[in-house]
Design a protein around this ligand. Structure first.
Ligand code: NAD
Ligand code: ZN
Length: 446
């Protein structure tokens, strides 16, 4: 026993990997490279009484571009075809090697609205293309859609090194296509073109893909970022107002968690921005100063990228982006399709603002300002199915999946937050729930 324990505790030997004339070989540290190429990977060798074991540490770097642009479907705009390539030389080589091919999956509704312009774009650019419209709704968000995409991609044929699959649509379309691309030939590059506000500020900028499975939301999926995301907010012009409010809830989340300026923009101009469908007005377009809509969208993306980039694989469970997402998944699934994702998130945030008030983190005045801002964005702040029993069930469920302590992001001001590793203090939640219901239940109209 003793000798086993001792030997298994021995320090592993670290090896670097060096490539000379095609062959990789191990070199123990310190590694003096006189020729060849050094890998970022390492092999650790451990000898024990049972034999030898090796541990491979091989970092994978993902690089992806998020590009705000205008007139993405204008044939003179290069972005849709080449925006994913940063290197001008590579871009030149690829664009001159004919024929260029693109496989595009587009949400059926978006196809009705923008399909003909998309076709014209590819025709004008002489791109061999296949455009596949699909009913990418939440109810259809399952593996069958993924399989359908894979069959069509396979039949069309693409070069997986230079011809990314393009997804044009809302979050459902982007998630499904992302999963298909991450499966095809073990990983094929893909591009996201979000056409809803929610997809623009949330689903398009991170690495997550997924479909619903076994009754659970996004139960199958992968962490594979796109090679690029192209953000053109002119698509919002055809969105119903409710869909705009839906996406603005996710912006409000980032505002409350970490950006007072963003909160103030939403507080002062939210209703107006909603009416304008987040488009810049003519006059401000021509002036040098950034208008409110442009500033709002830029800060929403910047704040989101700051939180996602260092934690792309969600290894760290302390995530500010989880604000509003503790109780809302249960609520959303329970009342589906009555509430949109952002609406459920907003109801959760509204309740959590009362929890923060109860804990003394927010003043009554700050709480009022947040609720008024939510109402200005035409978002629901209370729901009859958001019961105390649902709160307790969700928190317990959350506790089970978060390594023993509740990790609860809460605002500590307008634009600042902390993660609280609380135990489930029933009293705080009960008191907050009572006050929340007393003050806001009358806002509910069926
Ligand atoms: N991967 C992630 O990190 C992530 C993050 C947030 C949400 N999501 C996922 O995103 C999905 C929700 O996304 P969503 O809110 O975009 O929903 P959605 O994709 O269902 O789109 C909403 C509706 O808008 C329509 N539509 C899309 N663009 C339009 C346009 N320009 N004009 C008119 N109609 C248009 C669609 O046909 C659909 O009916 C959920 O499945 C959620 O799980 C993923
Ligand atoms: Zn969300």
């Amino acid at each position: 026993m003793m000798s086993n324990t001792n030997s298994s505790c021995s320090q592993p030997t670290k090896f670097n990997l060096v490539q000379v004339k095609g062959a990789w070989t191990r070199q123990s540290e310190p590694c003096q490279l006189t020729e060849g190429r050094l890998s970022d990977a390492n092999i650790y060798e451990n000898k024990s009484d049972h034999g030898v074991s090796w541990t491979v540490v091989s970092p994978i770097v993902f690089t992806y571009r998020v590009i705000q642009c205008k007139n993405i479907l204008d044939p003179s705009n290069d972005t849709l075809l080449w925006g994913h390539i940063g290197d001008e030389e590579v871009k030149g080589t690829l664009s001159n090697s004919k024929p260029v091919k693109r496989f595009v999956v587009i949400d059926e509704t978006v196809n009705q609205l923008y399909g003909s312009r998309l076709r014209q774009y590819f025709e004008a650019r002489e791109v061999a293309h296949k455009i596949l419209p699909l009913p990418t709704t939440e109810e259809n968000k399952c593996m069958e859609l993924v399989t359908k995409i894979l069959e069509e991609v396979h039949e069309f044929g693409i070069d997986r090194r230079s011809e990314p699959i393009v997804a044009v649509g809302g979050g459902v379309c982007l998630d499904v296509v992302g999963l298909a691309a991450s499966l095809y030939r073990r990983r094929t590059p893909y591009v996201r073109v979000p056409t809803t506000v929610l997809a623009y500020v949330d689903a398009s900028v991170g690495a997550k893909t997924g479909v619903n499975f076994a009754g659970g939301k996004n139960k199958l999926g992968s962490y594979v970022p796109p090679v690029a995301t192209f953000l053109d907010r002119s698509f919002f012009q055809t969105l119903p107002s409710r869909q705009i409010s839906n996406g603005m809830a996710e912006m409000l989340k980032m505002a409350l968690m970490k950006h007072r300026g963003l909160f103030e923009l939403l507080e002062a101009g939210g209703r107006k921005l909603l009416r304008a469908k987040l488009q810049s007005c003519e006059t401000s377009n021509s002036s040098k100063q950034e208008d409110n809509a442009t500033a709002l969208m830029r800060i929403a993306i910047e704040t989101m990228l700051e939180e996602l980039a260092p934690n792309l694989w969600e290894d760290d469970l302390d995530r500010l982006v989880d604000f509003g997402h503790l109780i809302s998944p249960e609520l959303e699934m329970r009342v589906l399709p009555a509430l949109l994702h952002g609406e459920a998130v907003n109801i959760d945030m509204s309740f959590m603002v009362y929890v923060a008030l109860q804990k003394g983190l927010l003043t009554a005045d700050e709480k009022d300002r947040v609720i008024q801002c939510m109402l200005g964005l035409e978002l629901p702040v209370w729901h009859p199915d958001f019961t105390l029993a649902l709160v307790q069930k969700s928190l317990k469920e959350r506790l089970r999946h978060s390594a023993g302590s509740l990790r609860m992001p809460l605002p500590t001001g307008l634009g600042s937050a902390e993660i609280f590793h609380d135990t489930i203090e029933d009293n705080i939640f009960c008191q907050a729930f009572q006050k929340w219901t007393d003050e806001l239940s009358s806002s509910w109209n069926k």
